[in-house]
Ligand binder design. Structure first.
Ligand SMILES: Cc1ncc(COP(=O)(O)O)c(C=O)c1O
Length: 370
């Protein structure tokens, strides 16, 4: 078995690094899947082996997240950005949609929801006394009396902020309001209680596999809310009724997702991912915090375990930092084009050795250039 060290470490925010054992497994069976003399991309999605594989992928993610039986697991075509529209298209009937804006992705979701009805655009960020960005607590949100659902992103990939706790809508509204979460960048990184959510979605290219499919977990009672005039392929009910096989699914991304789910199970499940994530994030933040050369702009209580943005004392050195990092096989460290600086994404597939290699490199770089 080849070690991750041979390939280096990819800190990209997405498409992100996959576990090396999953990649090698895919490579091994690419041309001849299950002895069929064809790849998984070349056989009918209605063949028994494909349907069994897809069903096992669903069962595996159900086991990982302990998804209750009154929730559907859907493999929906396309990206997380498609969900910005599909959520209001499927769930909105009347009243107001409450959206908590904590950064780029939830803000984009707000813009899309406005095409479908009345949106309450809630500012979810504030500055602390040290000018660090901080998440507002849910009791600081200005919510609507007539909310039809509450939408938020538990982890904002670009800004690097993450909610430690799930908001309790029963407590916030005094009635049951469905909670919708864009978990694209932190799904499967810790155990969650699915019962707290009406709908969860996550694009695959970070903690699930490769782009082209989005995992949607939706409570049964929300399926009939959709207006039947909505296009068939944009209704969650279509995917639910046909076990995500109404038409040809994204065969390869679903196959990769199944492998990643199994890998997480073999690693010890979500408790193991949570422990690993905490260790990785702490290693990097501890180093940044004691350094005069690197800074992270987020208040301690709002820091993301998945995406760690940081800036160098001298931003003229950004290009040199990235070039030297690549020489050490440390890839994908540039910050999002909208904010600049650096960002290290520490999704499930990143081993602790990758974070240690990054910290060693950062130390050396600061010594040479600080
Ligand atoms: C939290 C979050 N939501 C949505 C998206 C958009 O994903 P996609 O490119 O699949 O539309 C991203 C992409 O990084 C993301 O991080």
């Amino acid at each position: 078995m080849q070690a991750q060290e041979n390939f280096g470490f990819n800190f990209s925010a997405g498409p992100a690094m996959l576990p090396v054992s999953v990649m090698l497994d895919i490579q091994k069976e690419l041309l001849n899947w299950q002895g069929l003399n064809r790849s998984v991309m070349e056989i009918s999605h209605r063949s028994a082996p494909y349907m069994a594989m897809m069903s096992e992928a669903e069962q595996s993610v159900r086991r990982l997240l302990q998804i209750p039986s009154d929730y559907q697991v859907l493999f929906v075509h396309g990206s997380a950005s498609h969900q910005f529209a599909m959520v209001p298209m499927n769930l909105y009937q009347s009243g107001t949609m409450d959206y908590v804006d904590t950064g780029t992705w939830s803000c984009k979701a707000v813009a899309e929801a406005k095409k479908f009805g009345k949106v309450n655009h809630i500012q979810g960020l504030k500055m602390d006394n040290n000018s660090l960005t901080e998440l507002k607590a849910p009791n600081e949100w200005s919510l609507s009396d007539d909310a039809s659902f509450l939408y938020y992103a538990p982890n904002e990939t670009i800004g690097g902020v993450e909610f430690a706790e799930t908001p309790d809508t029963q407590l916030l509204y005094g009635r049951s309001v469905p909670l919708v979460a864009d978990m694209s960048s932190n799904i499967l990184s810790k155990p969650i209680d699915v019962n707290q959510f009406g709908l969860i979605y996550a694009g695959a290219q970070k903690n699930i596999g490769t782009s082209g499919v989005t995992l949607v977990i939706i409570r049964d009672d929300l399926l009939p809310l959709v207006d039947p005039k909505v296009a068939t392929m944009l209704q969650y009910a279509t995917y639910a009724k046909h076990q995500s096989l109404y038409n040809t699914p994204a065969v390869f991304p679903v196959y990769v997702a199944g492998k990643v789910f199994k890998w997480i199970e073999d690693c010890g499940g979500l408790a193991a991912m949570e422990a690993l994530s905490a260790r990785k994030a702490q290693t990097l933040y501890d180093f940044i915090d004691q350094s005069d050369f690197y800074t992270n702009p987020i208040n301690l209580n709002s820091r993301s375990r998945m995406n760690v943005p940081f800036i160098l004392a001298d931003q003229q050195l950004d290009a040199v930092f990235l070039k030297e990092a690549e020489k050490q096989k440390l890839y994908g460290l540039e910050g999002h084009r909208s904010v600049g600086g650096m960002r290290a994404s520490l999704y499930n597939a990143m081993p602790i050795a990758g974070v240690e290699a990054l910290v060693n490199f950062m130390k050396e770089f600061a010594l040479n250039h600080g």
